[in-house]
Design a protein around this ligand. Structure first.
Ligand code: C2E
Ligand code: CA
Ligand code: CA
Length: 655
């Protein structure tokens, strides 16, 4: 309530912006007003002088009389107007003198104007003329200038009252009795009310405009702040970083070869968000931003997005700072394991593009993702080549499949009893027109990372089925082929239905298709994989456990799944015969397979000795370079025709 009243009276607290706006509006308005006053007074002085000069000789009064009665008044008003005009013009031109002086001049000027209005109109009234000077001055002062409502009320009321009482004390024209007429009283009251209302309206308009401008200004300020500042953490954002980095890169300084771009990423931050919620995640980001800012005080520190921070700093000593930061972040981790990853890039002296530098630092950072306990990587060219290769693989898998660049190579699996081929492993090769023959090591992992692997595996299934169909149609012998499935195949497509349908399409008996699933795929407890393995076996496909012994949970996998063949990882043979431990381990694995009703197969057999040993311990099958490297089907057939390899009797008769 009190606030409302104060607001209506105009004596509420105003923001500095509104006060400034108010002041500026008055300064601008007073230019017109004071200019008119100055011109008017000069004209009055000239007119007065001419009147005196034109008086008949001898009738003129002494100059002092005119000076006191007229000139002095004109000169005072002229001086006040000139002072006001000069001060206001200086203000508009940008000279922001003390506003207290400006306000004081405005008051004095207004007071003088009203005083003259009063005096002159009083004289006019006495002579029976209209009181226009008084009214004009009132209008000038309270309507051109803006006053708080209370102030204009006081100014108007007091001046009108003074004027009223002064003229009320003398007789009006054409009368001998003192006292204003009713008509004059009504006229004056109407004028008083009009000027008062007009001044209120003027005040409101000015204040509203000021507030509107203030809001706009604030919005502008906010916009310009967020355009260079990261809203969440308060440190600089990417736009600011890029601009400043560009400036820094284009300066020629002695330190130019000592700068480094650092790209930071917090590994597992997503899990932290999931576990503790977005709010806590944001709090952590703010904390990390502060820590980074402090660790690299005086350098250009920014947040690009999510949990990605970029710093431009001196190369000397940066490793220690990164290590310290990495340690500090570990202290914040709670139950989620957080790890700071940092990629670094040192631009050479001709480079001026910060975007490229940031990209390279990020590339270096990404290259150590998921590398436990490796927190720093400096960019080098080979990273870029690897990255480009990666992009090439992901972008070209579809065309490679369409154009038949993907080939199936077959590697024989032999029976330990007689060394004849009892199976083939289908291994993918990519014959690329640009890169030549690519081994699976160059593309399998990438296709898995980008979740494209199912395309390749589906294609291999089709090709193997087609090879079977062609062989069968030509009455050539064929042996079961084992296919490598990625764990992702079960997630990304219905690989179980796919293999059944494709087998049906090419009329391939299911016992000719085996599925190899690598041990590491089965380590996380996932029910859908257990179901998938069961369905495959129920449909007549044999399922093999690949790379047994390569991981840590081999025995758990055997407990949870049922397999037909146990494929023993080639690392067990690599130390043979020097490593004394490998022999007893292989013996126990082979025995374990027997106990669990699985066939045992050892891969990576390269020497006769190794094969003889495997035969002696009762391993059922073997695979390795000793028999053949993976080769195209036609080449394999040549080897068989040449007598280098022979097919197991069981399968020769099948066709
Ligand atoms: P893997 O399934 O363990 O395949 C055996 C790998 O060992 C093959 O490498 C093979 O060429 C190699 N090898 C065979 N005998 C010997 C030997 O005596 N000595 C040595 N040093 N190596 C031998 P490759 O063909 O490069 O395949 C590598 C891996 O790529 C495979 O490992 C498999 O995990 C994956 N892979 C290959 N083709 C496919 C495919 O079509 N789909 C999927 N998902 N993965 C595939
Ligand atoms: Ca395999
Ligand atoms: Ca293997």
């Amino acid at each position: 309530m009190k606030e409302q009243i104060m607001k209506y009276l105009g004596i509420d607290r105003k923001s500095p912006y509104v006060r400034d706006h108010f002041y500026a509006a008055n300064m601008r308005a007073s230019i017109y007003m004071s200019a008119i006053v100055v011109v008017l007074e000069i004209w009055m002085i000239l007119r007065m002088t001419r009147t005196i000069l034109e008086l008949p000789p001898g009738t003129a009064k002494p100059f002092e009389y005119y000076f006191q009665k007229y000139y002095l008044n004109y000169l005072i008003l002229l001086a006040a107007g000139a002072a006001m005009l000069i001060f206001a013009l200086r203000f508009v031109k940008g000279r922001k003198d003390n506003p207290v002086i400006g306000t004081a001049i405005k008051w004095v000027f207004s007071f003088i104007c009203i005083y003259f209005g009063l005096t002159i109109s009083y004289n006019d009234y006495a002579k029976g003329e209209q009181i226009l000077t008084f009214l004009t001055m009132e209008l000038f002062v309270v309507c051109l200038l803006t006053w708080r409502p209370l102030t204009s009320f006081l100014i108007l009321s007091s001046s009108y009252l003074i004027f009223y009482f002064r003229i009320d004390a003398i007789p009006p024209p054409n009368s001998t009795e003192a006292g204003t007429t009713l008509a004059t009283q009504i006229n004056m009251f109407t004028m008083y009310l009009s000027t008062l209302l007009f001044s209120f309206a003027n005040y409101n308009r000015t204040i509203q405009q000021a507030k509107k401008d203030e809001n706009l200004e604030e919005l502008n300020h906010h916009l310009s702040r967020i355009s260079v500042q990261d809203e969440l953490t308060g440190i600089h954002n990417m736009v600011y970083f890029r601009n400043e980095a560009e400036k820094l890169l284009s300066y020629v300084t002695t330190d130019r070869d000592n700068i480094v771009f650092l790209f930071f990423d917090i590994e597992n931050f997503k899990s932290y968000n999931e576990k503790y919620g977005f709010h806590e995640g944001n709090e952590l980001l703010k904390k990390i931003a502060q820590m980074t800012d402090q660790a690299f005080a005086g350098s250009l520190v920014s947040r690009f997005s999510d949990d990605h921070f970029v710093v431009l700093t001196r190369f000397d000593g940066c490793r220690e700072k990164i290590e310290q930061l990495s340690h500090e972040i570990k202290c914040c981790q709670g139950e989620v394991h957080l790890e700071l990853k940092c990629g670094a890039y040192r631009p050479d002296e001709h480079e001026t593009d910060p975007s490229l530098a940031c990209d390279r630092a990020r590339l270096a950072c990404n290259s150590i993702k998921k590398h436990y306990d490796c927190y720093y990587q400096l960019y080098d060219k080979s990273l870029e080549d690897r990255f480009q290769m990666k992009q090439y693989i992901v972008n070209h898998i579809d065309t490679a499949i369409e154009n038949g660049y993907i080939k199936v190579f077959y590697q024989p699996v032999v029976s330990a009893t007689d060394g004849s081929i009892c199976g083939l492993e289908a291994l993918a090769r990519w014959k690329d027109p640009n890169y030549g023959l690519l081994p699976p090591g160059a593309f399998i992992e990438i296709l898995e990372e980008y979740r494209q692997i199912y395309k390749l595996d589906q294609y291999i299934i089709r090709q193997v089925c087609r090879d079977y169909r062609e062989s069968a149609d030509q009455h050539l012998p064929f042996v079961p082929v084992s296919l490598n499935f990625s764990r992702l195949d079960f997630e990304l497509c219905d690989i179980v239905s796919f293999i059944s349908e494709t087998a049906e399409e090419f009329q391939v008996p299911h016992e000719f298709l085996d599925i190899e699933i690598t041990e590491s795929a089965l380590t996380d407890q996932q029910n859908f994989l257990q179901t998938a393995v069961r369905t495959l076996r129920n449909s007549g496909f044999k399922v093999w456990l690949d790379d047994f012994g390569s991981g840590y949970s081999s025995l758990n996998v055997l407990k949870d799944y049922q397999f037909d063949v146990l494929k023993i990882d080639m690392k067990f043979l690599s130390g043979f015969p020097d490593n004394a431990k490998t022999q007893p381990i292989l013996i126990s694995i082979v025995n374990l397979a027997k106990q669990l009703s699985m066939l045992s197969l050892t891969e990576g057999v390269e020497t006769k000795e190794q094969f003889e040993f495997l035969c002696s311990i009762g391993c059922d099958r073997a695979q390795g370079y000793l028999f053949s490297k993976p080769v195209p089907l036609a080449q394999l057939r040549e080897k068989i025709a040449g007598g280098e390899l022979q097919i197991s009797a069981k399968y020769q008769q099948m066709m």
